[in-house]
Design a protein around this ligand. Structure first.
Ligand code: FES
Length: 580
C-alpha cells in the first residue's frame, strides 16, 4: 500500500516480470541480451521498465534538444528505482515531412502503440511537441493504457529581426505577403530567415504545438506548469528528470490513461484551447483522442463551450505576445487559475493530485498577456462550427483571427480544383477575382489531398495584395496552421475528394457565410446540385500501395478526428498478447 492507502503493484504484477523475472529459457535470453549492453542484474532486477518514446531526429528542429533531455529523463528514472529504455519513434518534423505530417499522425500512433505492446514496458515517458507528435503519442498511450506521462518539448525563444519580435509562422505569412507586394528586400528576407527560429523548441506562437502541449497538460498528462516552459530554460531540464521520477511511481500506483481521461477532462481541454485561441487542429486531434478513450466528443462541443469561454491568452496569431511571454506571465497554471470557475477541478492528473489541487498558489504576473475575465482579448465565440448545404457534417472558422466584416459575407466563388491549380493561377493577373470573391480550394481533405494539409489559408492573390487587401473569405476541406490567420473556413465535411458538396461548387456560384447564424450556404438549388453530382468523377487514388493506401482506405473524416476505423475504441487493444 502507498502512504495514501492506494494499493501498489508488486514486481510480479508488472508486465516486464514476464520478460525479466521468471526463470525460463526466454527470460534467460532477455537478461543475457540486456547484460550484452553492459547492464548488470542490479540495473534491472525487480525494477519497472520505463520506455522513453523519443521523437528526436535530425529532421525535427523542434526536438533538437531531446538528446540532452532524454539523459535527464533517464536520470530521474534511475533515481526513482526504474530501468529506463529509450525507444526511438517516428519524428514528424512539421516543416520537412511531405505531403503533410497529418497523414503520418496515425502512423506514429500505430508505431508508438506497437512499440509499447511488443517490448517489456511497464510505463512510458512520451517525448513530443512538434505538432502531430503530441496527439499521436497520447492516442497510442490511451489505446495501450499503461501508465504514461507526457514530456513536452516546450516552445523556442522569441524570434528577433532588426529589434522586432518575430513569431513562428504568423510573421512568415505576414512578411511573405509584404515581399510579394514588393515592400520587402531580398536582404531583409534573408535576415528574417536567420532570426525567426533561433533556439531549440516548438513554434512559439499559439500554433498547434503550443496548443496541443497545453491541452496535454490540461487533460492531466504533464506535470503541473510543464507545458509552458521554454525549451532552453533550465526548468525544462528539471521537468525532464521530474517526469522520469514520477513515471516510476505511477507504475507502482498503476495510474493509467483510463484513470485520467474523462468527459470532464476533455471539456477542460476544450476550454483551455478556446481560452488560448488555440489551433483549429486541436479540434480534430481532441476528437480522435476522445474516441480512442471511448468518450463521445463532437464539433458541437467546441462550439457550445466557445459561447461561454473568452479568449484570455493574448498570444499570436490572435493576440500580441509569444509563448516565452506567456511563461513569464504565469503560464498555463496562470490561465487555468483564471478559468477556475469554469473548469472541472476534480479531474485527476499524472502527479496524483487533481487539477484543482495543482492550481493552489497559481498566479498571473502580467494581466496583458493573460487577460482577466473582465478584459478578454475576445469576449467569446473564438471558434465557430458552421453547417449548411456546403458542409452537412460541419466546418470550422476562427472568428478571432478574421477581419470582422468578413464574418457575414456573400460573394462569388473562385474555384481551384486542387492545390496545384491554386498555386498555378492564384497570381495570374487575369484571374477574375476581387476582394469580395470567395476563394474555394477543392481536394484538400484527408483523402483528396491526401492527408488534409495546412492549405486552408489560401494566399491572397497578388493583384489584390497590391491593392492593400489582406484578408478574404476562403473555404476548403483542408486544415490551417495554428500560426495562420484570416477568414478561412476549414475542415469542410464531408470532403470534396469523396464527393462532398464542396466538390460541386463552380466559378461564380454565390456563397454566404454568416458566423452568427453558424451558416455556410451555397446558393445553388438542389436540382442543379443533383445534376452536378451525377457528372462528378472521383479523383484517382494518390497511393497504389503502402501506408498512403492504408490511410485512404481507413481514415475518417474531419468531424470524426481523422483516425483509422480499426484503431478507434471498439477495436480494443491487447496489452499482453499470449506469447509467453
Ligand atoms: Fe515544430 Fe512548428 S514546426 S512546432
Amino acid at each position: 500500500m502507498s502512504d495514501s492507502g492506494t494499493p501498489r503493484k508488486t514486481y510480479q504484477q508488472l508486465r516486464s516480470y514476464q520478460w525479466y523475472g521468471v526463470q525460463n529459457l526466454r527470460a534467460f535470453g532477455h537478461r543475457s541480451r540486456t547484460k550484452q549492453m553492459g547492464f548488470s542484474s542490479e540495473d534491472f532486477k525487480g525494477k519497472p521498465v520505463i520506455a522513453i518514446l523519443n521523437t528526436w531526429s535530425d529532421m525535427n528542429s523542434c526536438h533538437s534538444h531531446f538528446p540532452q533531455r532524454v539523459e535527464e529523463v533517464k536520470r530521474g528514472i534511475w533515481q526513482a528505482g526504474g530501468f529506463p529504455v529509450e525507444l526511438p519513434a517516428m519524428s514528424l518534423g512539421e516543416p520537412f515531412v511531405k505531403p503533410t505530417t497529418m497523414i503520418y499522425r496515425n502512423l506514429l500512433a500505430m508505431e508508438a502503440e506497437e512499440l509499447l505492446r511488443s517490448h517489456p514496458v511497464d510505463g512510458v515517458v512520451l517525448m513530443g511537441g512538434c505538432d502531430k507528435t503530441t496527439p499521436a503519442l497520447l492516442m497510442a498511450a490511451t489505446s495501450m493504457n499503461i501508465p504514461a506521462i507526457y514530456f513536452p518539448a516546450g516552445p523556442m525563444l522569441r524570434g528577433n529581426w532588426r529589434g522586432k519580435t518575430l513569431g513562428s509562422g504568423s510573421d512568415v505569412w505576414k512578411y511573405w505577403a509584404e515581399k510579394r507586394a514588393g515592400n520587402l528586400s531580398e536582404l531583409a528576407w534573408v535576415e528574417l530567415e536567420d532570426g525567426i527560429a533561433r533556439s531549440p523548441g516548438t513554434c512559439m506562437t499559439m500554433g498547434t504545438a503550443a496548443t496541443m502541449m497545453s491541452v496535454a497538460e490540461t487533460l492531466g498528462f504533464v506535470l503541473p506548469g510543464g507545458s509552458s516552459i521554454p525549451a532552453v530554460d533550465s526548468s525544462h531540464a528539471r521537468l525532464a528528470s521530474a517526469s522520469g521520477r514520477r513515471i516510476v511511481e505511477m507504475v507502482w500506483e498503476d495510474l493509467k490513461p483510463s484513470d485520467i481521461l474523462s468527459r470532464e477532462a476533455f471539456e477542460n481541454a476544450i476550454m483551455v484551447d478556446l481560452a488560448l485561441s488555440g489551433s483549429t487542429n486541436a479540434i480534430i486531434h481532441l476528437i480522435a483522442m476522445a474516441r480512442r478513450a471511448g468518450i463521445p466528443l463532437s464539433n458541437e462541443d467546441f462550439d457550445a463551450i466557445a459561447q461561454r469561454i473568452p479568449v484570455l491568452g493574448n498570444i499570436r496569431p490572435a493576440g500580441k505576445y509569444l509563448m516565452e511571454d506567456f511563461y513569464y506571465a504565469g503560464g498555463l497554471n496562470g490561465l487555468l487559475a483564471r478559468l477556475r470557475g469554469e473548469l472541472h477541478l476534480d479531474c485527476p492528473t499524472v502527479n496524483g493530485k487533481t487539477l484543482g489541487e495543482n492550481l493552489a498558489g497559481a498566479e498571473v504576473y502580467d494581466d496583458d498577456v493573460i487577460r482577466p475575465l473582465d478584459n478578454p482579448v475576445w469576449a467569446q465565440g473564438g471558434l465557430a462550427v458552421l453547417r449548411g448545404n456546403l458542409a452537412p457534417r460541419g466546418a470550422v472558422i476562427k472568428p478571432a483571427a478574421a477581419e470582422p466584416q468578413l464574418l457575414k459575407h456573400t460573394g462569388p466563388a473562385v474555384v481551384f480544383k486542387n492545390y496545384k491549380d491554386m498555386s498555378t493561377r492564384i497570381d495570374d493577373p487575369e484571374l477574375p477575382v476581387t476582394a469580395d470573391s470567395v476563394l474555394v480550394l477543392q481536394n484538400a481533405g484527408p483523402i483528396g489531398a491526401p492527408g488534409m494539409p495546412e492549405w486552408g489559408q489560401l494566399p491572397i492573390p497578388k493583384k489584390l495584395l497590391e491593392q492593400g487587401v489582406r484578408d478574404m473569405l476562403r473555404i476548403s476541406d483542408a486544415r490551417m496552421s495554428g500560426t495562420s490567420y484570416g477568414a478561412c473556413v476549414l475542415h469542410v465535411a464531408p470532403e470534396s475528394g469523396i464527393g462532398g458538396p464542396l466538390a460541386l461548387v463552380r466559378d461564380g456560384d454565390l456563397i454566404s457565410l454568416d458566423v452568427s447564424e453558424r451558416l455556410l450556404h451555397l446558393h445553388v438549388d438542389d436540382a442543379e446540385l443533383q445534376r452536378r453530382r451525377a457528372d462528378w468523377v472521383a479523383p484517382k487514388p494518390h497511393y497504389p500501395r503502402g501506408f498512403g493506401r492504408l490511410s485512404a482506405e481507413h481514415i475518417s473524416q474531419a468531424d470524426e478526428g481523422c483516425d483509422f476505423d480499426f484503431l478507434e475504441r471498439g477495436t480494443e487493444a491487447v496489452a499482453d498478447p499470449e506469447i509467453f
